[in-house]
Design a protein around this ligand. Structure first.
Ligand SMILES: O=C(O)CCC(=O)C(=O)O
Ligand SMILES: [Fe+2]
Length: 332
């Protein structure tokens, strides 16, 4: 990530939303367009300092450079927090011949064991690498988590406008006031992906929740497939854009919008270089009922999906894709 204010001329194939504009309705119209087409767009002038993002990348590299033995001390726990070893995750088990060629680290909302919410699945305290090994690591990650949450909320307000809802629609109690947000540091090995053989940095998947903010280094690899049922599938590169986030929508927002806003299939096909990325997943409250939004159905366009509980859906996805996630450790 570089520095300085980016101009939207840097636009590539996807929409590039410049958050320095104060014309919210124009921004919402641009976002609507992007969400109808692909559910993927870049965001620039997003308010998170680029030098700070570089710091977070540096700290992420520090963690992944630790000996495996140290990383295993903070192995992913029953709440899906902590370290996920190389190839532990397989995002597309039907098509992959082995696990994703990446390792990761999940940080969630910090919920103390004494908090009643800690009884719920996917809620609890974070695991932190020892501060003597990685001084300042926890603090920088917590700060980045907070900033990502603020940016997500700005985008959610614009998404509400883009869905012709009141800008505060998603502020209703029970929706996103206790989000299952997750920050995930990712480190891809230099293994070159061979998609035809089911070898991928990250297998094809749609994100699960509401929206994802993705920061990447300068190594390409992210690809989207706008029509998942086409044969053959056509995969387009989403190239890194310096200083920009890639924002994409998850399956819950797709269902909320009755399929109008898209959660597009994507994967990481690694060109054969080590790669780092940082994803922030903004997921609704565990108990949030995701059901067709009032502006997304009519007599001639009835709801296509049954309502579902956000946390149940997320648990289901984690159970299928994470080899190391113990779904029985906590039940709802
Ligand atoms: O690393 C990337 O570019 C994409 C990661 C991703 O899609 C995910 O973790 O859901
Ligand atoms: Fe993803």
């Amino acid at each position: 990530m570089g520095e300085g204010k980016l101009q939207p001329e840097a636009r590539q194939k996807l929409e590039c939303v410049d958050l320095s504009s104060d014309d919210e309705h124009k921004l919402a119209a641009q976002i609507r367009q992007a969400c109808l087409e692909s559910g993927f767009f870049y965001v620039v002038n997003h308010g998170i300092d680029l030098q700070f993002i570089n710091e977070v990348f540096k700290h992420s590299k520090r963690f992944f450079s630790l000996p495996l033995e140290e990383k295993m001390k903070v192995l992913q726990d029953k709440n899906n927090r902590g370290y996920t070893p190389y190839a532990e995750e397989m995002l597309d088990p039907d098509k992959q011949s082995r696990g994703d060629s990446k390792e990761g680290y999940y940080i969630g909302v910090e919920i103390l064991e004494t908090d009643t919410r800690a009884k719920k699945p996917l809620h609890g305290p974070n695991l932190w690498p020892s501060s003597s090994l990685l001084p300042g690591w926890r603090e920088i990650m917590e700060k980045y988590f907070e900033e990502s949450l603020i940016l997500s909320r700005k985008l959610i307000k614009l998404l509400a406008l883009a869905l012709y809802l009141d800008e505060s629609y998603f502020n209703k109690p029970g929706m996103l006031d206790d989000p299952m947000a997750a920050l995930r540091l990712l480190h891809y090995s230099a293994e070159r992906s061979i998609p035809e053989l089911g070898i991928l940095g990250a297998g094809a998947h749609c994100d699960y929740g509401m929206l994802t903010l993705l920061a990447t280094d300068s190594v390409p690899g992210l690809q989207i497939c706008r029509q998942k049922d086409a044969t053959p599938q056509i995969w387009e590169d989403v190239l890194p854009l310096e200083g920009a986030y890639v924002v994409n929508l998850g399956a819950m927002l797709e269902r909320w919008s009755n399929g109008l806003f898209r959660a597009t299939l994507h994967r990481v096909a690694n060109p054969g270089k080590e790669r780092y990325s940082i994803a922030f997943f903004m997921e609704p409250n565990f108990d949030c009922l995701v059901e067709c939004l009032p502006t997304c159905h009519s007599d001639i366009n009835p709801p296509k999906y049954p309502p579902m509980i956000s946390g149940h859906y997320l648990l289901g996805r984690y159970i299928v894709t994470h080899n190391g996630f113990d779904s029985n450790a906590k039940s709802s």
